[in-house]
Design a protein around this ligand. Structure first.
Ligand SMILES: [Zn+2]
Length: 133
């Protein structure tokens, strides 16, 4: 099994690898763009970093917990495609498609348009819409 810090490409799909992509954010660096934050949140789902997901969730919409480890069947994350990123000052929208599979089920697509806000220089996930649902 590969050590997390040598994951190449990064779980978010970036060719640079985890240590140069999402790991610095997971360790506390501020994301430069909402897209970067979104990618790091996808990686956090892959790596079950619930602490990071909650820390980057805006306080107005943040759930109390995610219980990722208890999720049954557990999702396997298969890949991320960012379709669109648009920012206007401290507000941003990122549209993406994540592919995942629950247990032995067939692969499915999660198409989400997420909203982000920046406060005190940090981006936060606000909420998401699911255009295909
Ligand atoms: Zn990454």
């Amino acid at each position: 099994m590969q050590a997390v810090d040598t994951l190449t490409p990064c779980p978010c799909g970036h060719i640079d690898g985890y240590a140069r992509c999402c790991e610095p954010l997971h360790l506390g660096a501020a994301a430069t763009t909402a897209e970067q934050l979104m990618r790091s949140r996808y990686s956090a789902y892959v790596l079950k970093r619930e602490d990071y997901l909650l820390a980057t969730w805006h306080s107005s919409t943040r759930p109390a917990h995610l219980k990722l480890a208890a999720q049954q069947p557990a999702p396997s994350w298969l890949g991320l495609t960012v379709k669109h990123h648009e920012s206007n000052g401290d507000h941003a929208v990122v549209e993406f498609i994540a592919r995942l599979r629950y247990g032995g089920g067939k692969a499915q697509r999660m198409h989400e348009v997420s909203r982000f806000v920046r406060e005190d220089g940090r981006w936060y996930y606000l909420d998401g819409m699911f255009p295909d649902a």
